[in-house]
Design a protein around this ligand. Sequence first.
Ligand code: T4K
Length: 366
Amino acid sequence: MLTVTRPIAPSFERLSALLRQMLQEQRYTNGGPLVSLLELKLRELCAAQQLVLVANGTLAIELALKGLGIAGRVITTPFTFCGGAHAISWVGATPVYVDVDPETLTIDPVAIEAAIEPGAEAILGVHVYGQPCRVAAIDALARRHGLAVVYDGAHAFGSHCGGVPIGAFGDATTYSFHATKLFHTGEGGAIETRDPALAERLRRLRNFGIASEDVVTEAGINAKMSELAAATGLAVLDRLAEEIAARAALRRFYLDRLSNLPGVAPFVGSDETARLLYFVLRVSNEGEPGRRDRLHARLKAEGILARRYFYPLASELTLGADRAAAETPNAFAASREVLALPFHGGVSPADAERVAGIFRRFAEGR
Ligand code: T4K
């Protein structure tokens, strides 16, 4: 099977050396040295001022919202992984879904502004496939209206907007380090912020709200990353550059083979400095409903597991498909057209040629 992604496999020697250290120190969690070291390395890599490692990307969003004191309406995009939207409800806030910009597939600043009403407290944007949101417009309108901004960068580790690292925007940026992500710790995540007071609060919130042996400042949760996960991350980091280079080469190959097929359009985004971490095509259903899903099934039958990121929309769980289609038509259309191809260092030129061949035959109606 050729899967949509394949996690970076760390070197066995490097990982076992880190695990030996963990065993010698008898430290498995609660602020161990490997978590501290990984935090330091990731801060350098992302040029981040503050970075707080947590147990996964969903908790990263929940903690960012909690840390910013958000409990009311959160204006967000339906074109995301359901977990991102669920995080809003889990902190007791209410998601308000608005449409995406059809070019970037990220939340549309004009739609955000139209949805601001009493009770709105925050914006949760998602940097889709590594393509950043329209951060300048969003940050500016948030300042005008006194809203907090969290960016979900689960798809966008190491990405840039206009040459500036994505963590420089909004009040906080969250990451997922799940095994399906470019940089991973098996399960894991982080919150980046420029605000030291917010970072300090997040460090307490991820550890039950405990400030010291005698003091618990508020009701936190257990969102700590384990030493085992941090060891995986440290070992994965050694192979990150190699994987990025392999994906860049694969992107060039796919673009060369798939750019001029009828009814199929690669997602290219709008920012040359972005790091696109997925290779996604939009398959038009025009005049042929369900065309994308037929191609998806055909790929599967040939052993190629492409994924429909993001289908169904996160909003469909509560709104249903009809309302989602009526209220957020750009997002709805995208969810019915997108297909993420196998995109990782394990895809050989022969594999990629095979994928391209299936697309070509499909596009030509064969
Ligand atoms: N925000 C956004 C925008 C997100 O995309 C996500 C997560 C989150 C927030 C929340 O972050 P976390 O709480 O998850 O840290 C995946 C992931 O489970 C999920 O993390 C991810 N987004 C979402 C988009 O996709 P599936 O259903 O695609 O995973 P699965 O198991 O089908 O894996 C896909 C392929 O990857 C497999 O066919 C094989 C390969 N794979 C996967 C795993 C887990 C491996 O080779 N090894 C592995 O260990 O959900």
